[in-house]
Design a protein around this ligand. Structure first.
Ligand SMILES: N[C@@H](CCC(=O)N[C@@H](CS)C(=O)NCC(=O)O)C(=O)O
Length: 213
């Protein structure tokens, strides 16, 4: 059976968990990372030299990097749906996945780390104040896409919605008011409509919307 290493509250681990749930792929999840350790063992580093989560082992095929994992799983189990066969639609799904990793992820992830994840004495409010407005501007870019299409890569839900869909929950849940930054979470019509579409999905609610910790 497919094995997935990583704690369930990690946004990067949620990607393969949610993808598998949507496609009905059974898996075994092994807790790893932060309080669970595991990631610094020689055995784990042999699977992922970065010592990060997630990692999968699919009947002996080991893969790390969350978006590569989602692509692999969707190509294997969700061809023509989650992994679009149409080259141009797939390229757009890929684009939003890469953009999550290179652009939205660093901005929103830094704000999240310093608002939620790090212990109080390690948090830097200046980084929260610098990154929340950046993330807010980036959601406007997403909004412009969603003004043209129902989902990020077109008229159907694809793998392209997964990484940013997970970060949408983070964005909606961050306690911006604690930093006097709530005015940055402007209600963008199309992002909010897309978020409602995501929230209508059972596996999104069960796997992604589990509280920010
Ligand atoms: N680019 C990598 C980033 C992986 C990553 O940074 N994972 C975080 C969790 S979201 C991690 O392993 N943190 C250390 C830990 O949990 O011990 C990916 O997308 O898989």
């Amino acid at each position: 059976m497919l094995k997935i290493w990583g704690r369930a509250n990690s946004s990067n681990v949620k990607k393969p968990l949610w993808a598998c749930a949507e496609m009905g792929v059974p898996y075994e999840r092994i807790d790893a990372g932060l309080q669970f350790g595991v990631v610094n063992t020689d055995e784990y580093k042999a699977m992922n030299p970065m010592g990060l989560i997630p990692v999968i082992d699919d009947e002996g095929f080991v893969l790390w990097e969350s978006n590569a994992i989602v692509r692999y799983l969707c190509a294997k189990h969700g061809k023509d749906t989650f992994w679009p066969s149409d080259l141009k639609i797939r390229a757009q799904a890929d684009r939003w996945m890469d953009w999550q990793c290179t652009t939205m992820g660093p901005a929103l992830g830094t704000a999240f780390l310093h608002m939620v994840r790090l212990p109080n004495d390690k948090r830097d409010p200046a980084l929260v104040h610098a990154n929340v407005p950046k993330a807010a501007d980036l959601w406007r870019v997403v909004d412009r896409q969603l003004a043209q299409t129902k989902w990020l890569a077109g008229e159907h839900f694809t793998m392209g919605d997964m990484p940013l869909g997970i970060l949408a929950y983070t964005w909606m849940e961050l306690k911006l008011e604690d930093y006097d930054l709530a005015h940055h979470r402007v209600k963008l019509d199309n992002v909010w409509r897309w978020y409602d579409q995501l929230q209508a999905m059972k596996h999104y609610r069960d796997i992604v919307q589990i509280g920010l910790t």
